[in-house]
Design a protein around this ligand. Structure first.
Ligand code: HEM
Length: 693
């Protein structure tokens, strides 16, 4: 973050920022010195934005502060349990953390919630209760128009108008460039936009986090983003006041691709569709899917066997990020709409179209001007013509599958669907469930949007978890040997992939995956936009922050997952951290991390166990619907491969660069040397010894 100087006009090519800034180039003539990454938040694959020459600041120094399915078809100092964080610049305006004992109002009691978490969330949805813990609202006349206390799930805040955006701009200009008193004392990150370049956006935000602490602002001209990295604030935004925050610009970018799928959907559509989709992930289905995960991973194993054979039995270097991506695509295609992409074996036109569509989503997220909204350009610009063709192919494929499912519709009660004998149905997909579910009739277009959203949300994420878990594990032979020993002990003599029951016993393997999600959260950034005036709780900075309707908020999950105030040795890969509690009274209102009770059903230490310091699948009402699915999938895939192969890095660890799209990608792939299991004596011996213990 050097050198620094105050600059009046600033620019960030974040999707949200760009849409504002590009809307008014004459008012704020902005120039940037090179390509800038867009943030990652369910927008796939990295794309750089070409920008003109010039020097611009990152911020303004403001005056403020078993069973087979038959359908084969950077160096932050390690924190101790000490009270307060040491990160943060001395010039930070925020006062040191206040301390107090956490109160029962701060969180839902851990032990009671872990197993019933989904029920609780769904109860929130169906009961129309105000999320979180709130006192009854005062009389109407005492509340301002956009007072957050006015709103509830039954009465959500209205969408933003152009006037709201303009009001916010004007206020920001007056605060940043005039002498209007700010609403808060949040420090404004200062520096050069070049600080954001040459690397992923979330890493630049992480540098800001180290300098400015758990809550700071990025000011780009009149456009201000609040960046939060504090569990108490995250809990407020995601759970207690989730009704006040929508997905903001993310919805605008994703809508042309996902339509009214869960991620970009408006509140009313989201509420209806979430209620229909969540029960689809019921335990009988997940158990059946576990067999399918094993079947698909066997396909990858066969491919790796073939590559080893082609290398005369040696240890070829395989680009595993691509392999994991193909595996995850095959799995999600089968699970969601019973379509076999066969992408581990071939590259069909549909697969190519799907990948190009995903890349286009990200390209759009980095573009200064939403040109795709101008219909004529979609016919003239070659890239847009290609996109139209790709979307047509993908949509035609989906529509055909939906038509087929509708044709065989058997309207069935939810309870009966949950008891379905998935071994004996021809189509066990989520699509089939949604079509057959009695009382949830919807349009084919909505089904298409639901499926497309799950395809995108469930694909790269899982592939990334497997990629980074592999990367970390191969650098830690001690832990690797223990994982092998665990898999061997659980699987015994069986050569078939792990079953649902096996997964429950693969504790260390699942902790490795959870630790990978802590270090490489997918996506590393969550995006929200405030729909009513709100006050963020103090948390670590110990002082509330007032926000105005229309404010854009980034939750930098990456920074929070690596905060020394919240984790011991945060940059260290240590799957055993999940076994012991951690707390820090310096973070006001944070209950700390408490390991889930062994008899709890959760497959991973979740956001409730960590009181929102760990958000592998988000939290609150917009929490991932596929969390259990993803954990089962990645555990089965990982254990199956660990049992059959020995992996080691095919390059120096530092050569594996980091990049972002929807998820944290590698820069140029993950080269892994693959041997047949049994030929790596040292690891085998260590593994055998551990298995006997
Ligand atoms: C390891 C794999 C996965 C990770 C790390 C992950 C992560 C996340 C996160 C962090 C969110 C919350 C986003 C936000 O609050 O803005 C989310 C939402 C979502 N995820 Fe996942 N996900 C994974 C797998 C899946 C799978 C397999 C599916 C579907 C089969 C899925 C479907 C969704 C959907 C539909 C949403 C939107 C939920 C809503 O807004 O109501 N995800 N995911």
């Amino acid at each position: 973050m050097t050198p620094r100087r105050p600059v009046r006009n600033a620019h960030l090519t974040h999707a949200a920022a760009t849409s504002y800034l590009s809307a008014s180039p004459a008012v704020f003539p902005l120039r940037v010195a090179g390509p800038v990454m867009a943030p990652a938040a369910f927008v796939p694959a990295p794309v750089r934005l070409p920008v003109s020459n010039g020097r611009v600041s990152l911020g303004h120094v403001a005056a403020t502060q078993g069973r087979r399915p038959h359908f084969f078809g950077e160096g932050v100092p390690a924190s101790s349990h000490g009270p307060a964080r040491v990160v943060g610049a001395p010039q930070m305006v925020a006062p040191p953390p206040r301390r107090r004992e956490p109160s029962s109002r701060d969180t839902v009691p851990i032990g009671d919630v872990a197993a019933d978490e989904r029920e609780r969330l769904e109860a929130n949805l169906s009961g129309g209760v105000v999320p979180g813990v709130d006192s009854p609202p005062p009389p109407e006349e005492e509340m301002a128009e956009y007072d957050s206390r006015r709103f509830s799930e039954a009465n959500p805040p209205p969408p933003l108008s152009m006037k709201d955006s303009m009001d916010l701009w004007i206020e920001n200009i007056l605060v940043l460039y005039g002498d209007k008193e700010p609403r808060d004392t949040v420090p404004v990150a200062e520096g050069e936009v070049s600080d954001l370049m040459g690397g992923p956006f979330f890493l630049a935000l992480h540098r800001c986090f180290k300098q400015y602490g758990p809550i700071y602002k990025l000011a780009f001209g009149p456009k201000v983003f609040i960046v939060v990295n504090d569990p108490v604030v995250c809990r407020h935004i995601l759970r207690e006041r989730s009704i006040l925050y929508d997905k903001g610009v993310l919805s605008e970018i994703l809508e042309p691709i996902m339509g009214k799928g869960l991620i970009p959907a408006d509140y009313e559509t989201w509420k209806t569709r979430r209620r229909a989709i969540v029960p689809g992930f019921h335990s009988a289905w997940l158990e059946f899917m576990t067999g399918m995960f094993g079947y698909c991973t066997d396909g990858l194993s066969e491919k790796l066997d073939g590559l080893i054979a082609a290398d005369d039995g040696n240890a070829p270097v395989v680009e595993m990020e691509t392999e994991y991506s193909s595996l995850a695509l095959d799995i999600i295609g089968k699970a969601v709409f019973n379509y076999d992409f066969k992408s581990t074996q071939t590259e069909s036109p549909v697969i190519k179209a799907v990948y190009r569509t995903l890349r286009e989503a990200e390209y759009r997220s980095t573009f200064l001007f939403p040109y795709w909204k101008f219909e004529p350009l979609n016919w003239i610009v070659p890239r847009q013509r290609q996109f139209r063709r790709d979307m047509k192919l993908v949509n035609d494929t989906l529509r055909k599958l939906i038509d087929e499912a509708q044709h065989g519709k058997q309207s069935t009660e939810l309870d009966d669907l949950k008891r379905r004998d998935y071994e004996n149905v021809s189509d066990p997909s989520m699509l089939r469930f949604l079509v057959d579910l009695r009382g949830e009739s919807t349009t084919n277009q909505q089904l298409r949007d639901d499926l497309m959203t799950m395809l995108i949300a469930g694909h790269e994420t899982t592939a990334a978890v497997l990629t980074w878990a592999t990367y970390e594990l191969v650098q830690r032979p001690d832990i690797y040997a223990r994982v092998r020993a665990e898999v061997d002990a659980v699987m015994g003599d069986r050569q078939s992939p792990p079953t649902f029951e096996d997964v429950k016993s693969l504790n260390l393997t699942r902790r490795v995956l959870a630790e990978s999600l802590r270090m490489y959260p997918e996506p590393p950034l969550l995006i929200r936009r405030l729909l009513a005036d709100d006050t963020l709780p103090g948390g670590e900075i110990g002082k509330p922050t007032n926000l105005k309707r229309g404010t854009d908020v980034f939750i930098c999950v990456y920074s929070m997952h690596r905060s020394p105030a919240l984790w011991e040795e945060p940059d260290m890969f240590n799957p055993d951290r999940w076994l012991k509690p951690f707390s820090n009274p310096g973070v006001d209102g944070w209950s700390g991390y408490n390991p889930p009770a062994p008899n709890r059903a959760s497959l991973y230490p979740n956001e409730v166990n960590a009181d929102f310091a760990f958000l592998p699948f988000g939290g609150g009402s917009r929490k991932c619907v596929g969390d259990q699915f993803a954990m089962l999938e990645s555990t089965v895939a990982f254990a199956t491969l660990v049992r059959r192969f020995d992996f080691s890095l095919g390059c120096a660890p530092s050569e594996v660069g980091v990049d972002t799209g929807a998820t944290i990608h590698t820069k140029g792939g993950m080269p892994i040397r693959v041997r047949k299991r049994g030929e790596w004596d040292e690891l085998n011996e260590a593994s055998a010894k551990l298995a006997q213990q």
